[in-house]
Design a protein around this ligand. Structure first.
Ligand code: 3HC
Ligand code: NAI
Length: 708
């Protein structure tokens, strides 16, 4: 057996400065705690206790923050001692006062190190939090026990269940830190605090003895309320309820037993597929930001942006841009349409004001940056224009001809088309190198996904500009190639078709929706159609009718509903019935009768499907098309497909994305399913060559993420 090699302790260094042992964590980029940091911290505390000249210990982070948490990359690998709980206990046991001086991120295990310290100071710009829940975990190095004792059950639960970050001032109010520095010079602020503590002969003050849970009745009530709320909201997630259990243990058990209780729950979470899925999603959404173009080229500068079209998407895109502080000029066909476009934008802000998310002043300030025009000359100074007019090639090409005429050289010309061939749009003007796809999702100011669609002739710095814009808008950018539907909508078309086949073969839309929701999607496919409007897909189906393979299975049920004007929520009926403007629908016996009639027409004898059979087909269709998309180079890696589905299509984050999910259930099993389904419908169920190849080589999708 080979033992893990001894960790390199240079990640932590310490030196004595006038009686204070300054311990610096220096592990770029975010001082994540790996084995070397753990070892280094223990060594530093041992050194402090052993050195009579050291009268206090100051822990600081080098670079941009304190400590971003445990090193997430170590999860799933063999554990190397010492463990983080041991490190925190060692810090707390130190015989000299230990001060944590916090700037930037003190998150997860980082905050746990600070909580184990005896005194805490934060400077402006600090971000403190216990975000483990977002990774399917709970604070596992005493965080649940110490935070509850320090700031009380209610505040600790709120922090851990939301995973939110708090700033220095709020941390002070909560009692997470003892003081906020006068300046942002974290080192000197910390040093001054340490000297003050030495001068006043302050003793170590251990958080395990803090009295935040002293009001037992209040703690019991807070725990009961959090448990009830979590049971309602956590939708099958493991860690939130365990966090509540740990806080209860903090109240009821001695500290050491509470720590053991917490550790057991932490390890259960760490080994769970949910943790693996959430950590995959965390890295995927960071990895997608890196494209060959962002490595090789510098983004063009973007200050003024034009948006052509003020409909659903144009208005949403305008809000997203305004929220990022950009100046926006909206172009519409005529004054009335422009007025409607502006009203769309205002409506978005008014809804936010009604929900008290923003103040009326924020709206006023944003609208001051919005201009409108009905002539293209108003775009002469725009650095970027995003076109969001009707989904029609001729209309779009006419718009691009105008942009070609008026825009300054170097302006980025983007289209928000859902399906159209962007190469064809680019080829129709004199500057194809400036044409890019920026595919937003509705509502564009809320949905996190932005597909950056890369046509053949586009310049690298234009692509880099798309990624830079996504960063400004705080969106997850995914690089996609040109094809019908790019990554997301192309997959949607296929897994919706699989759902339609299931429906025609015997499952009701209500059962399908419920099965998909149970899997973790917020809505099933038929609820989504009713929400977005069935007419949108109907128009697309009519457009494609001429080019559809006549041998391919075609389910007419959706068309039947649309022919009756049943477009979903907006018309009060769709797959569901919506009583007087209700947003959640009820099953509709007439719809079931239409489905029965269509089954009869298609010569189908309906059969029953279990929920797990529904999910298997739905997922197999999604995974297979995702594999085709990677195989064709439309998505760079499987993780790009995962980020697309998670951020644009409600795929449950704790399952990581369809490709990660496929790996987790075994790619060979997915292939077996596809081959079994192909016996009934070989045209629809054609195994992707990528899956066949990976299974033959005993590999999985993750191997393609690693090799990128
Ligand atoms: N472990 C390993 N790598 C990490 C990391 C972590 N905890 N946190 C961030 N990184 C990496 C990122 O993957 C990225 O790597 P890359 O450059 O190779 O892509 C790099 O650090 C920079 O991260 P960001 O791009 O996210 O930088 P930002 O400045 O935008 O954000 C941050 C910084 C707020 C610290 C953000 O990275 C973050 O939220 N990190 C996760 C924090 C977290 O969840 N901590 C809890 C960990 S679990 C834990 O501590 C368990 C304990 O209780 C036992
Ligand atoms: P919409 O019909 O709500 O809005 C289109 C707007 O463009 C209208 O206000 C119209 O007046 C305006 N317009 C039409 N021709 C124009 C011209 N020549 N000059 C200036 N303005 C003109 O359509 P929607 O839904 O906003 O879609 C716009 C584009 O975004 C389409 O390409 C669509 O495929 C795409 N898209 C739509 C999504 C959705 O969920 N609705 C999602 C992602 C992309």
């Amino acid at each position: 057996m080979t033992l893990p090699s001894a960790p390199d302790t240079a990640a932590v260094h310490h030196e004595l400065r006038g009686g204070v042992l300054v311990v610096t964590i220096d592990h770029a980029p975010v001082n994540a705690i790996n084995a070397a940091v753990r070892r280094g911290l223990i060594d530093a505390i041992d050194a402090a206790d052993a050195n009579p000249s050291a009268r206090a210990v100051l822990i600081v982070g080098a670079g941009r923050g304190f400590i971003a948490g445990a090193d997430i990359r170590e999860f799933g690998k063999p554990a190397i001692p010492p463990s983080l709980p041991d490190v925190c206990n060692r810090i707390e046991a130190c015989g000299k006062p230990v001060i944590a001086a916090i700037h930037g991120a003190a998150l997860g295990g980082g905050l746990e190190v600070a909580l184990a310290s005896h005194y805490r100071i934060a400077v402006e710009g600090a971000k403190l939090g216990l975000p483990e829940v977002q990774l399917g975990l709970l604070p596992g190095a005493g965080g649940t026990q110490r935070s509850a004792r320090l700031i009380g059950a209610q505040a600790a639960l709120s922090l851990m269940l939301s995973g939110r970050h708090v700033g220095a001032r709020e941390a002070l109010r909560l009692g997470l830190v003892d003081r906020v520095g006068q300046s942002d010079d974290v080192f000197n602020e910390g040093l001054a605090y340490a000297h003050e503590l030495i001068a006043t002969q302050a003793a170590p003050r251990r958080t395990k003895n803090a009295r935040g849970l002293a009001d037992e009745a209040a703690s019991v009530a807070a725990i009961a309320a959090a448990r009830a709320e979590t049971q309602k909201k956590s939708r099958g997630l493991l860690s939130p309820l365990k966090i509540v259990d740990c806080v209860e243990a903090a109240l009821n058990l001695p500290f050491d037993e509470g720590l053991r209780f917490e550790r057991e729950r932490f390890l259960e979470c760490r080994e769970s597929p949910q943790r693996a899925g959430l950590v995959h999603a965390f890295f995927a959404e960071r990895e997608t930001q890196k494209s060959p173009e962002t490595r090789d080229a510098k983004a063009r500068e973007i200050r003024a942006v034009g948006v052509v079209g003020g409909g659903t998407m144009g208005a949403g895109i305008a809000v997203a841009l305004l929220d990022a502080g950009l100046a926006v000029t909206m172009i519409e066909r005529d004054d009335a349409s422009l007025e409607r476009g502006r009203a769309h934008v205002e409506k978005v802000y008014d809804a936010l004001i009604a929900k008290e998310r923003i103040t009326p002043e924020t709206k006023t300030r944003a609208l001051q940056r919005l201009n409108g025009a009905t002539h293209y000359d108003a775009l002469a100074d725009a650095d970027l224009v995003i076109e969001a007019v009707f989904e029609d090639m001729a209309v779009k090409q006419a718009v691009f001809a105008e942009l070609d005429r008026v825009c300054k050289p170097g302006a980025v010309l983007a289209t928000n088309t859902s399906y159209l061939d962007i190469d064809e749009i680019a080829a129709s003007i004199s500057r194809p190198q400036d044409v890019l796809g920026l595919h937003f999702f509705s509502p564009a100011n809320i949905m996190k996904l932005l597909e950056v669609v890369v046509p053949k002739r586009v310049a690298a710095d234009v692509v880099a500009t798309g990624f830079e814009l996504a960063k400004k808008l705080r969106k997850v950018a995914v690089r996609a190639g040109v094809c019908d539907g790019f990554i997301g909508n192309r997959m949607l078309a296929v897994y919706r078709a699989a759902a339609d086949h299931l429906m025609e073969d015997g499952a009701s839309p209500y059962q399908i929706d419920a099965a998909v929701r149970d899997f973790g999607f917020p809505m099933g496919p038929y609820q989504v159609i009713d929400l977005a409007g069935g007419d949108i897909g109907w128009a697309a189906r009519k457009r494609r009718a001429a080019t559809r393979d006549p041998n391919a299975r075609y389910v007419r049920i959706g068309d039947e509903l649309c022919e009756r004007g049943w477009f979903g929520q907006k018309s009060g009926r769709g797959y569901y019935r919506y009583e007087s403007g209700a947003r959640s629908g009820k099953p509709d016996a007439e719809v079931e009768a239409i489905i029965d009639a269509e089954r009869a027409c298609a010569g189908v004898t309906p059969r029953t499907f279990r929920d797990d059979e529904i999910v298997r087909r739905y997922m197999a269709a999604m995974i297979n098309e995702g594999a085709n998309i990677v195989h064709e180079g439309i998505a760079q890696r499987p993780l790009d497909v995962d980020a697309t589905l998670v951020h644009g299509f409600g795929f449950p984050r704790h399952r990581g994305g369809p490709m990660h999910y496929a790996d987790s259930i075994g790619l060979a099993n997915v292939l077996d399913d596809i081959r079994a389904f192909a016996k009934e419908d070989p045209l629809f169920w054609r195994a992707s060559p990528l899956i066949v190849d990976l299974v033959a080589r005993g590999e999985n999708f993750a191997s393609l993420n690693r090799s990128s």
